[in-house]
Write a protein that binds this ligand. Structure first.
Ligand SMILES: NC(=O)c1ccc[n+]([C@@H]2O[C@H](COP(=O)([O-])OP(=O)(O)OC[C@H]3O[C@@H](n4cnc5c(N)ncnc54)[C@H](OP(=O)(O)O)[C@@H]3O)[C@@H](O)[C@H]2O)c1
Length: 260
């Protein structure tokens, strides 16, 4: 049975900490640098907190580092000053190799929840895919078992696969969101409400829950509707950046369209 210490009470730590407790898993302590963040998660979980890495409880079996990618190594360096035997240390990043922990601990790995988390938004953790990895098979099994207690979807995903997964995730999440922002901006310039587009965004995302995206494409590019595209490009003269995006994506969808 794992005894967990959670280092980080940000977007990921906040949701992960609450899910651990909700599932009856022993969470011994939470850490956050800022007292309000540490206290908030502590209050929600009934678990002790600290704001000092030196005061981390050393009685855990598994330490989850949910801290920004750039500081995972730095946090590990502070933690490794304590005496650890078979304790397992993992980070929660999709973008950082597990090896970042290797200089500091003999048992290390990754526990990556593939979802976009914001502390201000509730999330159904049972639907969050969890990607686990560790060089020792028994550590990987432990992480898999923990993942299965939190979510319906757990995957063994190695460093290379995870970095590729992260590239794909940037496309479907960050880039589509940037395109939502383009739509928002264009409507705002015309004094139109973004509410007009919200149902369309939802339906686009819902369709690919049951079908593959390539089969669900609609719109002027896939139809080869050159006249409409010419009109759109003319309108977009006033937004040169958006025009370039439009050209790139149109060519991607249908290479036969003329875009200049
Ligand atoms: N957000 C997501 O959607 C998401 C999804 C999957 C994976 N991840 C990964 O999960 C990890 C955490 O992301 P996050 O979004 O939860 O980050 P975050 O919201 O910025 O939270 C980071 C946590 O680390 C603490 N922290 C920041 N700098 C620190 C330092 N120098 N020393 C010690 N503690 C420090 C913060 O403390 P204070 O805030 O109290 O100062 C906070 O508790 C990252 O590796 C990220 O790639 C994120």
């Amino acid at each position: 049975v794992e005894k967990i210490v959670l280092i980080g009470a940000g977007n990921v730590g906040y949701h992960l900490g609450r899910r651990l407790v909700e599932r009856g898993i022993e969470l011994r302590q939470v850490f956050s640098r800022t007292i309000e963040h540490a206290r908030k998660l502590s209050r929600q979980t009934g678990v002790a907190f600290t704001t000092k890495l030196q005061d981390i409880d050393d009685g855990g079996s598994l330490y989850i580092l949910a801290v920004p990618d750039a500081v995972i190594g730095e946090v590990a360096r502070v933690l490794c000053k304590k005496k650890w035997s078979d304790t397992l240390f993992v980070h929660t990043s999709g973008a950082t190799p597990s090896g970042v922990l290797k200089p500091y601990f003999s048992h290390y790995g990754v526990f990556y929840p593939l979802q976009t988390f914001s502390a201000s938004r509730e999330i159904d953790f049972s639907k969050v895919p969890i990607c686990v990895d560790a060089p020792h098979p028994e550590d990987k099994d432990r992480l898999y078992a923990l993942g299965a207690q939190l979510s319906e979807q757990v995957y063994r995903i190695d460093d290379r696969q995870r970095s590729v997964l992260h590239v794909a995730a940037v496309f479907v999440n960050n880039f589509t969101n940037a395109l939502f922002e383009v739509g928002h901006d264009i409507l705002q310039k015309e004094d139109l409400s973004f509410d007009l587009l919200r149902p369309l965004i939802l339906e686009t995302a819902e369709k690919v829950q049951k079908h593959s995206p390539g089969q669900m494409q609609t719109g002027p590019a896939i139809r080869g509707d050159q006249n409409t595209i010419d009109r759109h490009l003319a309108y977009l003269e006033m937004f040169p950046d958006y025009r370039r995006l439009y050209q790139t994506l149109t060519r991607h969808i249908n290479p036969e369209i003329r875009i200049d």
